[in-house]
Design a protein around this ligand. Structure first.
Ligand SMILES: [Zn+2]
Length: 521
């Protein structure tokens, strides 16, 4: 009897649910229909934008308070096929007159830097320098989602969500009223779009998952809408922010001006290469090697960590990439140094590929050692235990009370920080005269004379003087300034090497750079 009653209640709720469409959903439907009429979204099966502009390196700013380092887009094109959920973006980046301050792969750019990123359904890839596909299937979900926040994609995806809503919003002081449509797609991605009194989409605000920012805000402004034929309009100016947060004014990610937009282009859909279709899912791989008494290199991926044993505790230098990498590094440290709490995690600098695993270490109870320049951003943005809905991590799933006594702490310094038990020590030194990151530290282990650096080389032994990067020269100069007695270099990227090689390769480049260098020695 009880079961029957439950069923009856459930059925009548279902009937009611079908019969009563909430007013907000009805209004959203009418607005989206008008928006579709205004720009011809449902007539767009595929579209191709071509233009120029500028783009930035996300998470690679000089300090946490700076805008992203930017470069010019000598050319940019984006081709989208809505039916096949495929998109291809091609860029040629050049340094232009943009300041060479900050990081990013290949930044600052000499010559031209080309990239092609692709997605087709659940497959994503890029092309290497030889034009061969490189699987990036873990990126497919977000790339596919981003199709639904393109100018016409937004209207299509919002129309496909029966629960899309609309809300009026008055922009105080401007006298403008916009209507904001909200919808959810792919089961979890929430987007909002602002429509003006011409039913034109002006701005989209959404969120994508990011190891440092959590549900990272993305804002896209569409302006300069023009006719592109067959009753279809497209925006010729696209301006995008990524990673805005309460401590900054706005983080400019991309700005492009289209010279041409073509709707319903031939062969916009992509064929997934076999190598991408059959690619195995990337897995976290940690390989440890003993470097010295109580010191291990934790390698096996693109970024290394170093585990150090003290009398009463353990410490890790660098928690890079993301939660998965960090959890694996923590597990390996516990295996190598059993029974000792991981009390410290030493961070070289704030760039996201070097700080994406800090939250996992924080959740473990480790105190994070970093430059004081990072204090506000780490405490008030990165390490907050608020839920991360798009990609929950260890700290968001197992939070501790913000009022304490939470285990995690942040310890900051300006020039030098030491952890020591009288025998083993880890000393962080702030790096002077370095364009890559204003908060950069090199980390010295006096007992083993190991020096750890991020993004500063060393170059391979025998690299010609002309090819030694300014980053390695900065490392050289800082070693001399601090009078460090180094026997081995252990980089966060790449393999350990001897200081003898470093002296003979970088020494001549540093000598040559000295007279001309504005920073001098
Ligand atoms: Zn960096």
């Amino acid at each position: 009897m009880r079961n029957v009653l439950v069923t009856l209640v459930a059925v009548s709720a279902l009937v009611l649910g079908l019969a009563v469409v909430p007013a907000a959903a009805q209004n959203a439907r009418a607005l989206l229909q008008a928006a579709d009429n205004a720009v011809g979204a449902s007539k767009v099966n595929s579209i191709q934008y071509t233009g120029t502009g500028r783009i930035s390196y996300l998470g690679q700013n000089f300090t946490t308070a700076d805008d992203w380092p930017r470069v010019d887009l000598k050319s940019w094109s984006q081709t989208i096929d809505y039916g096949n959920k495929s998109a291809k973006e091609e860029m040629v980046r050049v340094q232009g007159n943009n300041p060479p301050r900050g990081g990013g792969a290949g930044f600052p750019i000499t010559g031209e830097q080309r990239s092609t990123t692709l997605v087709s359904g659940n497959y994503a890839w890029t092309l290497n320098a030889q034009g061969q596909p490189q699987a990036q299937n873990d990126q497919a979900e977000v790339r596919q989602f981003m199709i639904s926040v393109t100018p016409h994609g937004f209207i299509k995806a919002a129309m496909a969500d029966p629960n899309a809503t609309v809300t009026d919003r008055e922009f105080i002081g401007t006298g403008r009223n916009l209507r904001v449509v909200g919808f959810t797609t792919m089961g979890k991605y929430r987007s909002t779009g602002e429509f003006n009194d011409q039913n034109m989409l002006e701005r989209v605000v959404t969120w994508i998952p990011n190891p440092v920012m959590g549900d990272m805000q993305v804002e896209i402004r569409y302006t300069d809408w023009k006719d592109v034929g067959n009753g279809i309009k497209a925006p010729f100016h696209i301006h995008m922010h990524q990673g805005d947060h309460p401590l900054v004014r706005g983080m400019n990610f991309m700005d492009v001006q289209a010279s041409e937009v073509k709707a319903n282009v031939e062969s916009a859909s992509l064929t997934v290469p076999d190598a991408v279709r059959s690619a195995a899912a990337p897995r976290v791989n940690v390989q440890s090697t003993k470097l010295a008494d109580g010191v291990w290199l934790l390698a096996g991926g693109s970024h290394n960590s170093i585990a150090v044993e003290f009398k009463d505790f353990a410490a890790i230098i660098e928690a890079p990439l993301d939660d998965a990498r960090s959890n694996a590094v923590i597990a390996e440290t516990k295996r190598l140094i059993p029974g000792k709490q991981i009390r410290y995690v030493v961070n070289t600098h704030h760039h996201w590929d070097h700080s994406g695993g800090l939250r996992a270490a924080y959740a473990e109870g480790a105190t994070i050692i970093t430059n004081e320049l990072n204090k506000d951003f780490y405490e008030r943005v990165v390490l907050v235990p608020q839920p991360r809905s798009l990609s929950p991590d260890r700290l968001s799933q197992f939070p501790f009370a913000t009022t304490g006594p939470g285990p995690g702490k942040l310890e900051t310094y300006r020039e030098r920080h030491a952890i020591s038990d009288g025998d083993q020590s880890i000393i962080s030194y702030h790096v002077d005269g370095f364009n890559h990151a204003g908060d950069m530290a090199i980390v010295y282990l006096p007992k083993s004379k190991i020096l750890i650096n991020a993004d500063m080389g060393p170059p391979a032994a025998g690299t010609p003087v002309a090819n030694v990067s300014p980053n390695s020269v900065a490392l050289y100069n800082n070693i001399k300034r601090l009078k460090l007695d180094v026997s081995q270099h252990v980089p966060i990227h790449g393999n350990p090497s001897s200081n003898t090689d470093f002296e003979s390769t970088v020494g001549p480049a540093a000598a040559r750079a000295r007279p001309a260098g504005p920073e001098g020695q």
